[in-house]
Design a protein around this ligand. Structure first.
Ligand code: F6R
Length: 248
C-alpha cells in the first residue's frame, strides 16, 4: 500500500487533522495502544487532544501509551526529558492513567535490560495500534539516525551531529544536548498496525520528499515506511513543498 499523503495548509490544520485521526481511533477502540512522539511537531496535536478531552469528553481512561524515545542521562524532572515533555504537553491534562504511560528510562543503570523490558511491555500490551511519528531533517524516525538497520529494535543509540544541532534549540547550549538516547528500533516501529507521520516547516521538505518519493534506503530511515501497509503522512504546505507528486 502506498503511503497516504494529506497536505494541510498550515501547522494548525496539520495538528487538528492528526488529533481527529487519533481521537477517532480512541473512540473506535477505547483501550487502544498508542505510540507517541515528542519534539516540536506534535505539540499542536496534543493541545487539540486536550481540548477534545476537556470540551468533548474524549476519554483516555483505558488508553495505554508507549513513547518512541528518551535521552540518556536526563531525569524525568529535567524540562527537556521526554517524560517531562509528555507529562506537561499531554498526560497531566487528560484522564490517562500514569501507570499506563511508558517512556523509556533514560537514567537506567542497566539500559540493555530496560530496552528489553520496554519491548516486552509492548508485546504484553498486544502491540502498538497507532504510532505517531515526527521526522528529523535528516530523515530519522524516533532516534534511528541514517544508517540504522531496518531490523533494529529498542536500544541505546548515538545522536547524529545534525540531530544534536537541530535539538540544541531546546537547550541552553549545544553542549547540554545529550549525545545518546534509548530509542525504539525501526522494526519495532514497523510492527505498529497503523503509522501517522507529521511534518511541518521547510526544514523537513527534503526529508519528506526523499522518504515518500526516493528509494527505500537506510540512509533515509523514514523511507522504510513505504513498506508499511497502513501509513499516512500529514504535512503542512512547507514540508510538502519539495514533493513532485502533489497528493491531497
Ligand atoms: C521524538 C522523535 C524524533 C522527532 C524528530 C522531529 O520523539 O522521535 O524523531 O520526531 O526529531 O522533531 P521535531 O518535531 O522537534 O522537529
Amino acid at each position: 500500500m502506498p503511503i497516504k499523503v494529506f497536505v494541510a495548509k498550515d501547522y494548525d490544520e496539520m495538528s487538528k487533522r492528526a488529533a481527529k485521526l487519533i481521537a477517532d481511533s480512541i473512540k473506535n477502540k477505547p483501550n487502544i495502544i498508542l505510540g507517541l512522539a515528542t519534539g516540536g511537531t506534535p505539540v499542536g496535536c496534543y493541545k487539540e487532544l486536550i481540548r477534545m478531552h476537556k470540551e468533548e469528553g474524549l476519554d483516555f481512561s483505558k488508553v495505554v501509551s508507549f513513547n518512541l524515545d528518551e535521552y540518556v542521562g536526563l531525569p524525568s524532572t529535567h524540562p527537556q526529558s521526554y517524560r517531562y515533555f509528555m507529562d506537561e504537553n499531554l498526560f497531566r491534562h487528560v484522564n490517562i492513567k500514569m501507570e499506563n504511560t511508558h517512556v523509556p528510562d533514560g537514567l537506567s543503570d542497566n539500559p540493555e535490560k530496560t530496552c528489553k523490558e520496554f519491548e516486552e511491555a509492548i508485546k504484553r500490551a498486544g502491540g502498538i495500534d497507532l504510532q505517531l511519528l515526527g521526522i528529523g531533517s535528516n530523515g530519522h524516525i524516533a532516534f534511528n539516525e541514517p544508517g540504522s538497520p531496518f531490523n533494529s529494535r529498542t536500544r541505546v543509540v548515538s545522536l547524529s551531529e545534525q540531530t544534536i544541532k537541530d535539538n540544541a534549540r531546546f537547550f541552553k547550549s549545544i553542549d547540554e544536548v545529550p549525545r545518546q538516547a534509548i530509542s525504539m528500533g525501526i522494526e519495532t516501529i514497523m510492527e505498529a498496525r497503523e503509522i501517522v507521520l507529521l511534518a511541518s516547516g521547510e526544514g523537513k521538505a527534503d526529508a519528506v520528499a526523499k522518504s515518500l518519493e526516493g528509494p527505500i534506503t537506510t540512509e533515509v530511515p523514514a523511507s522504510v515506511l513505504q513498506k508499511h501497509p497502513n501509513c499516512t503522512f500529514i504535512l503542512d504546505e512547507a514540508s510538502a513543498s519539495k514533493l513532485t507528486r502533489k497528493a491531497r
